[in-house]
Ligand binder design. Structure first.
Ligand code: HEC
Ligand code: HEC
Length: 480
């Protein structure tokens, strides 16, 4: 069987399994509903909108207020981080007002202010807990900003988690304070080598490996091979169009899978079961998200001609948009897509089988793809906002996605600059990482596509288009 037809078959199986799962859930829901409320037909068509909305609001509330992990650091550490910065930055911080210093600290580590809450004690992605502590959660990576506007659910393409953790550790040691789980874990595991991306997939593998299939902590399992690599967190507003999660679509969309980052050994199987309903709400919040609209002008007639080009050349993989739009959730084999292969290969068959056979997938009730062939063609809703592009975040603008031979080899973004003509990050490009980048924090500001797992190759489909067609498609992509 060719790779194509294999991928197509697995697409079909997935879609039908997904549909069956949806149907089963709806049936169970409807029976319960009929028994309790006796509103019969009107509601069996779908779940009542209000309760889903309430659940989503509860999910957001949990993400803002409930700590699931031990604290990472406290205000006394946070306020003194600048003292371990390189001399130039430290001197500027020393002269700054406390507010200005806080702003610099947020900027250095890609921490986001909480939208609509200027009084918030912590950054988005950190729950404020007792004694001024900060406890990280999903929004540290899944709350980002575009053109200076913070959007929960957008991938945080500024996060500097490795730098933050290293500098927290130094600060704690200088204050004779004890270290927490991340401070220690990063002595062995890198959290991310380029700002804006994280090694979170391998973190998930390491945490998962401490559990048997029933989620009991089992430290005797042999260590898995670890291929460290960094990914760009995808925007969560596309999750409602998907049946499967992650770049290769191997995992089912359910609330248990979302708990992978919460598998610290302190939280045993009973704790996870207790949290499951919280994660139902968090998943409802994720599925309630809508993509942000392009905030600048659009040339409507150019965009219209771009729609036709898109529908001919792109829609078979990425779906169609607007009323009646459909998303096929296709996995494109690695040989055909040609983007960086490391993410696909980094997850072992054993890891995927552990998920397939265990609690996370309801013991196989929710389908897990043990040998995915390649990467999922993602939905392109709000694609203007979720730069950089591809699963590893290697391509800074849509203009560059459309021009495979013109993608920059090394690039550095500006803090809030938005490249309107090219649609994506405003960047400076380089042939080499400049020599004045000396400290790890400075070096991590450069995205170097020559390094392992960071290649910007592949997705050469747009090469078939003429320059005019590319310009039209670019305009159309702004409307999604
Ligand atoms: C350290 C950064 C980080 C943290 C923390 C994090 N994520 Fe993610 N998340 C990622 C990255 C990177 C991916 C892409 C992984 C892949 O494709 O293999 C991802 C993927 C996802 C996806 C799949 C999206 C899709 O379109 O397939 C969901 C859903 C998700 N994360 C939810 C969560 C939730 C819920 C939490 C908190 C419990 C969380 N994440 C914590 C970085 C993070
Ligand atoms: C044969 C299937 C296929 C075709 C045709 C295709 N794409 Fe893609 N596209 C993909 C896959 C798969 C990815 C994910 C690659 C990765 O992340 O490694 C992708 C990624 C993208 C991304 C980046 C998405 C993100 O969130 O980072 C954009 C933008 C995109 N495609 C636009 C287009 C446009 C525009 C066309 C038509 C000119 C097109 N694609 C044609 C399969 C396809």
């Amino acid at each position: 069987m060719s790779h194509d037809s294999k991928a197509e078959n697995s697409d079909v199986i997935r879609q039908s399994v997904g549909r069956r799962m949806q149907v089963t859930r709806r049936v169970v829901f409807c029976i319960g509903f009929v028994l309790t409320l006796s509103f019969v037909e009107a509601y069996c068509a779908d779940e009542p909108a209000v309760s889903r909305q309430e659940l989503a609001a509860h999910g957001w509330e949990l993400l803002r207020t409930k700590p699931y992990l031990p604290p990472d650091f406290d205000d006394a550490v946070f306020e003194n981080l600048w003292k371990v910065w390189e001399p130039e930055a430290r001197d500027l911080a020393a002269k700054a007002t406390p507010e200005e210093r806080r702003r610099k600290t947020f900027s250095r580590y890609g921490l986001m202010p909480v939208p609509g809450d200027p009084e918030a004690k912590t950054a988005l992605g950190y729950v404020a807990t007792e004694n001024g502590s900060w406890t990280m959660n999903c929004l540290a990576c899944h709350g980002g900003k575009v053109a200076g506007r913070v959007i929960p659910g957008l991938g945080n393409s500024h996060t500097a988690l490795q730098s933050l953790t290293e500098e927290v550790r130094l600060t704690k040691l200088s204050q004779f304070r004890s270290l927490s789980h991340l401070d220690l874990a990063t002595l062995k595991l890198p959290l991310g080598t380029t700002h804006g991306t994280t090694n979170s997939v391998i973190f998930g593998v390491v945490l998962g490996n401490l559990r048997d299939r029933d989620m009991n902590v089992d430290r005797s399992r042999p260590a898995p091979p670890l291929t460290h690599h960094d990914l760009d967190a995808p925007p969560l507003w596309n999750v409602r169009f998907k049946q499967h999660l992650y770049a290769d679509g191997f995992a089912p969309k359910n609330s248990r899978v979302l708990m992978q980052f919460m598998l610290l050994p302190e939280s045993g199987p009973d704790r996870l079961r207790e949290w499951e309903s919280d994660f139902d709400a968090i998943l409802a919040w994720i599925e309630s998200l809508e993509s942000p609209r392009w905030p600048f002008e659009i040339d409507r007639s150019l965009a219209d001609s771009g729609r036709a080009v898109f529908n001919e050349h792109c829609a078979s993989c990425h779906g169609t948009y607007g009323p009646g739009g459909e998303y096929p959730e296709r996995v494109i084999p690695l040989e055909e897509i040609g983007t960086d292969p490391v993410r696909l290969r980094a997850l072992t068959t054993e890891h995927r089988q552990w998920m397939r056979d265990g609690w996370m997938s309801h013991y196989g009730r929710d389908s897990v793809e043990v040998e995915p062939a390649g990467y999922v063609a993602p939905p392109l809703h709000g694609i203007w906002a979720s730069a950089p592009y591809f699963h590893n975040g290697s391509v800074p603008t849509l203009w560059h996605v459309l021009r495979p031979t013109e993608r920059p080899q090394i690039w550095k973004r500006t803090e809030d600059g938005y490249d309107q003509p090219r649609v994506g990050l405003e960047v400076q490009t380089f042939d080499n990482v400049p020599e004045d980048a000396r400290t790890p924090w400075q070096k991590r500001g450069y995205f170097d596509t020559t390094r392992p797992a960071k290649s910007n190759t592949g997705h050469r489909f747009p090469e078939k288009l003429t320059e005019q067609q590319k310009t039209a498609v670019l305009e159309y992509l702004k409307t999604l």
